[in-house]
Design a protein around this ligand. Structure first.
Ligand code: C2E
Ligand code: MG
Ligand code: MG
Length: 554
């Protein structure tokens, strides 16, 4: 038995691809495993050179390595080489080449393993680390890398870098009412539209949620960047059908240009601050970052930290505003309205802090505080037999478990649940998540009254609002202001009053300031009202609770 007879079966049967190469890389011999990797027969392979089967990009490097092997500079070499399968696919391999022992034509022996799967997994991991999986856009990590690169490059260039922060308007409403899949589809479509509008070198990223960022690597002027933004915004606004509904996506956009010495992080933050201002100023618009925006943002930050302390230190107080019968002005209920007794700035109204509160997720502890205060007020004043209504924000419903907060307050004070009512805005009623539904149902089964606040200011279909277990509504003050216009104002007031009656619900007209408004509201069919004409919101000890002996109901 010769040596080659001994090794032959091991060679042929090896699960690892093996080839014997001649001087010019001619394939003198190959085993079955190698033949499978390239999708050919062993016999056919004997007519090839290795370079004929190698991806053209990898040929020069592999030949260079073989020269080094020939020159004795390397004992062997290992390289990740792409071979070309018969069907044209590139197959990633790990190839280990060593000099062939013995004489004859054989110059090299190569071991070849298919590592395509490993490469694929590695590529996928790299993609995951740098790209958003929903849209395929860059993620935050990749965005910051690109932004740093762009800022670095700008130092030798007359042009500047622009960072654009986009936030989809009312995305939560789509997501909550049409479902997450619809929300995802909308985000993918918006990503596609942005991608279609930018130049090849520009970066588009999604930061999660409904936030997108565009880096314009080289813009000449602020006007050029603004012009580009106008185009993008128009592209995004094309109507789009998702889950059978037509939506017209709009974005609020913030634009920041790189000043000298700005870092990637702070440029991104500036664009975010400008975007926030665009939201504040009515959405579907563009704001440019300026220094005065910076100080507004800082102010917001300080309110946020002060507010945390305020909740802890008991600086929040609740005032109560009467809800009366329009004919007799008898008080039938109160609305609890929160105020902040600020140590330096005096008594602050909700408009100064509720929004910051919502963004900082402080509305849940704030809400719990107001609900408890209202229940304590009821428990402490048996002479008052009406209801107390508390405003709840959308963010308290659902995940935050409003039912639990209310149950706790009822247990702690022992009041009759029928004495407590909650005011929820139209958009709050619209939230269709399972958690929100079960929260609203939970509250109703406790016996709590739910009413719709600021009715007419939302943009929801009446039917979807009324799917919820609501027992009443409050007409928004902006309609009260238009009473007596012999036009839309009067028509809306009359219609909503009639609607309320026919649905068997109670109706309250808000913001009644004059006797004239009171008279018109009565003519339109309103029975209950609220407004400065009947009283402002006051601390409990300034209320005249004793004289009231009316059971609140419409
Ligand atoms: P809202 O629920 O619509 O409350 C009515 C607002 O209108 C109150 O303002 C009230 O003082 C004001 N108002 C009442 N009558 C009149 C009137 O005749 N004329 C005028 N011009 N205004 C009148 P306030 O207290 O500043 O509250 C503003 C908003 O802040 C409330 O609107 C409510 O949405 C929110 N809010 C108040 N307290 C809370 C709370 O405890 N939690 C939450 N989440 N939101 C609250
Ligand atoms: Mg209210
Ligand atoms: Mg209201």
């Amino acid at each position: 038995m010769t040596e080659s007879d001994l090794f032959r079966p091991a060679f042929d049967g090896s699960p690892i691809g093996m080839v014997v190469l001649g001087a010019d890389g001619a394939l003198l011999d190959a085993n079955g495993a190698f033949a499978r990797i390239v999708g050919r027969t062993v016999a056919a392979l004997r007519t090839y050179r290795l370079r004929d089967l190698t991806h053209p990009d990898d040929v020069p490097r592999d030949e260079e390595l073989r020269w080094q092997l020939d020159a004795g500079e390397l004992p062997y070499f290992q390289a990740q080489t792409r071979l070309v399968h018969r069907n044209g696919d590139a197959v990633w391999t790990r190839m280990t080449v060593s000099p062939a022992a013995g004489g004859g034509e054989a110059r090299y022996l190569a071991h070849v393993e298919d590592i395509t799967e490993i490469r694929r997994a590695k590529d996928l991991l790299e993609r995951r680390a740098l790209y958003d999986h929903l849209t395929g856009l860059a993620n935050r990590t990749h965005l910051l890398e690109r932004l740093e690169g762009a800022l670095e490059a700008r130092r030798t260039d007359a042009h500047t870098v622009a960072c654009i922060f986009l936030d989809v308007d009312h995305f939560k409403v789509v997501n909550d009412s049409l479902g997450h899949e619809a929300g995802d589809t909308l985000l993918q479509e918006i990503a596609r539209r942005i991608k279609g509008a930018v130049r090849p070198g520009d970066t588009v990223a999604r930061l999660g949620g409904d936030e997108f960022v565009i880096i314009l690597e080289s813009v000449a002027t602020q006007a050029a960047a603004e012009a580009f933004l106008t185009v993008i915004a128009a592209d995004i606004q094309v109507p789009f059908t998702v889950a059978g509904h037509e939506v017209v996506p709009t974005v609020s956009a913030g634009l920041a240009l790189a000043e000298p010495e700005v870092t990637a992080e702070s440029l991104l933050r500036n664009a975010d601050t400008a975007m926030y201002a665009a939201k504040q100023r009515g959405r579907a618009r563009v704001e440019i970052f300026t220094d005065s925006l910076r100080s507004t943002a800082l102010n917001k930050l300080s309110i946020e930290s002060e507010l945390r302390a305020a909740i802890r230190e008991g600086e929040l107080v609740v005032h109560y505003q009467p809800i009366v019968r329009l004919d007799t002005a008898e008080v039938v209920a109160y609305e609890a309205l929160v105020r902040w007794n600020h140590p330096n700035r005096g008594l602050l109204l909700p408009e100064e802090f509720i929004e910051v509160c919502e963004e900082a997720n402080l509305v849940v502890p704030l809400g719990a505080f107001v609900i408890m205060d209202a229940c304590e007020m009821i428990a402490a004043h048996p002479e008052f037999t009406g209801r107390v209504f508390v405003n709840v924000s959308t963010r308290q419903i659902g995940s935050a478990d409003l039912t639990r907060v209310v149950t706790h307050a009822l247990d702690a004070t022992g009041i009759d649940p029928a004495r407590l009512g909650l005011e929820i805005t139209e958009s709050g009623m619209l939230i269709a998540t399972q958690a929100a539904k079960s929260d609203l149902d939970g509250l109703t089964s406790l016996g709590i009254d739910l009413i719709i606040d600021d009715f007419g200011t939302g943009y929801s279909a009446l039917s979807s609002v009324l799917l919820n277990p609501v027992s009443g509504l409050k007409l928004a003050r902006e309609f009260t202001l238009r009473l007596g216009d012999r036009g839309t104002g009067d028509r809306i007031s009359t219609t909503v009053a009639a609607l309320t009656r026919s649905l068997g619900m109670s109706g309250v007209i808000e913001g009644v300031e004059s006797e004239a408004q009171r008279a018109i509201a009565r003519e339109h069919g309103w029975q209950l009202g609220q407004g400065f004409l009947f009283g402002h919101a006051r601390p409990v000890d300034e209320l005249d609770l004793g004289g009231v002996d009316v059971v609140a109901s419409a």
